[in-house]
Design a protein around this ligand. Structure first.
Ligand SMILES: Cc1cc2nc3c(=O)[nH]c(=O)nc-3n(C[C@H](O)[C@H](O)[C@H](O)COP(=O)(O)OP(=O)(O)OC[C@H]3O[C@@H](n4cnc5c(N)ncnc54)[C@H](O)[C@@H]3O)c2cc1C
Length: 404
């Protein structure tokens, strides 16, 4: 089978790339075949569970503020951000029948608060623009044909698990990272990028729960503590407790590395919630590098703390009473919940090897990369989906332009 452009991965970035490419071909008056190969039975499984099913699809901050929430690759991201900035993404959705609402912290959601509306709309606009979406099409191999020939007609051959071989003139890898593998994101894109000459910045789970010492059973097995591991007595005391207004200090090898204020939740995973997640990136990276990590959680006493303090003291968690104003708990961190329940993957294809203005590989002409497969990640708040959508838009437009 021969196509002009194949996009591997029908997630947020892949669908946006496909739509933008098909539109660009259409605008240039050049009919072209754009194909999405998605391994799951339906597209965008991960998008469906974003924002607890409500889909916080972007954050409408200006670039200066937005970029301060990007934890890797902010400079690289800039041209993509301006290709489809948040307000244009909101307008794009509106033009295609999906109104949005903006909540506190500049977080944008579909007005229906249904992630499925975002997925349905993206699928519909893709099909309307002539994109061919093949689901249940798991790509198993990507080969560059005639690497020495700078412009062969069909530069890539892509094999799928059902034994089909697709050939294409340009290829976009939009396979996401490793988080929530049950949605289809299992890191396959890293393998092909590596085989095509790219370096992979070591990956690790980010925006994930941090597990305090003695919170879960069997924690001696390593830093990765599976979400399903049963809770201990301490875990059972704390699980379900939520503080709306806590201060959390991340201590790495005895020094304060980060300080955040806001919501902290104790769950069956460990410490999470917006503040827990915010701190998790630095904490996980430090633990992987062998550092000692602890969290100091400070809250104003109230009903919950009155009940909790004595229980925690019995369980030997150092509880400091700071007069009437604050209670401070120190939690040594034993590990973290892994990719099985991490919101994003940090690390990925090295952005130094990709052109920021087109997202074409510097090493393999005709290959484009977008979304979480790249070494780009950000805080919670709609930043990661904005990254997926705007890099998808740029990759799709660039691929179409180079072929038109
Ligand atoms: C629980 C959860 C909640 C989240 N909530 C938010 C939120 O509210 N706001 C926000 O900004 N971000 C959120 N995120 C992060 C955001 O969802 C991701 O950053 C974003 O989806 C990445 O988009 P992507 O297109 O790069 O990858 P993905 O969405 O992971 O899509 C990749 C696609 O590629 C397909 N694929 C992979 N390998 C193959 C293969 N071999 N062959 C064919 N297809 C393949 C996969 O099946 C998948 O459909 C959340 C993430 C999670 C896990």
């Amino acid at each position: 089978m021969k196509s002009d452009l194949i996009i591997i991965g029908g997630g947020a970035s892949g669908l946006m790339a496909a739509y933008q490419a098909a539109r660009a071909f259409g605008d240039a008056g050049r009919p072209a075949s754009v194909v999405v190969l998605e391994k799951m039975p339906r597209v965008a499984r991960k998008l469906m569970i974003t924002g607890k099913g409500r889909c916080n699809f972007t954050n409408v901050k200006s670039w200066n503020e937005f970029s301060s929430h990007v934890r890797a690759g902010a400079r690289f991201l800039r041209p993509a951000f301006y290709t489809l900035p948040p307000e244009q993404l909101v307008s794009f959705f509106a033009v295609n029948g999906m109104r949005s609402v903006v909540e506190r912290g500049d977080r944008a959601y579909p007005a229906s608060y249904l992630a499925s509306d975002v997925v349905d709309m993206l699928r519909r606009v893709c099909l309307g623009a002539g994109v061919k979406i093949q689901t249940g099409a798991e790509v198993t191999e990507v080969l560059q044909r005639c690497p020495s020939d700078k412009s062969p007609e069909y530069r890539f051959s892509v094999a799928t698990a059902d034994g089909e071989t697709h050939m294409c003139r340009s290829l976009i890898i939009a396979t996401g990272g490793l988080s929530y593998p049950t949605t289809g994101s299992t890191g396959d894109g890293y393998t092909w990028a590596k085989a095509l000459g790219h370096s992979i910045v070591p990956t690790f789970p980010s925006l994930t729960a941090l597990v305090p010492k003695a919170y879960k059973a069997n924690e001696s097995k390593g830093l990765h503590i599976d979400r399903e591991t049963p809770l201990t007595a301490l875990g059972r005391v704390l699980c379900g407790v939520e503080f709306k207004d806590a201060r959390v200090e991340l201590i790495i090898d005895g020094n304060v590395a980060q300080s955040e204020a806001g919501e902290v939740y104790f769950t069956d995973g460990g410490i999470e919630g917006p503040v827990g997640f915010q701190i998790s990136r630095k904490a996980v990276k430090a633990m992987i590098n062998g550092a000692h990590v602890s969290l100091v959680v400070s809250v104003t006493p109230g009903k919950i703390t009155d009940i909790l303090s004595p229980k925690l003291q019995t369980l030997h968690v150092s509880v400091e009473e700071l007069g009437r104003k604050e209670v401070k708990w120190t939690f040594e961190i034993a590990g973290y919940v892994g990719y099985e329940r991490a919101v994003v993957t940090a690390g990925g294809v090295d952005t130094d090897e990709v052109l920021p203005k087109t997202l074409e590989s510097r090493l393999c002409p005709g290959l484009y990369l977008c979304g979480e497969v790249l070494d780009l990640d950000a805080d919670t708040g709609g930043y990661n989906l904005q990254i997926a959508f705007c890099t998808g838009a740029l990759a799709g437009q660039s691929a179409a332009k180079s072929l038109a």
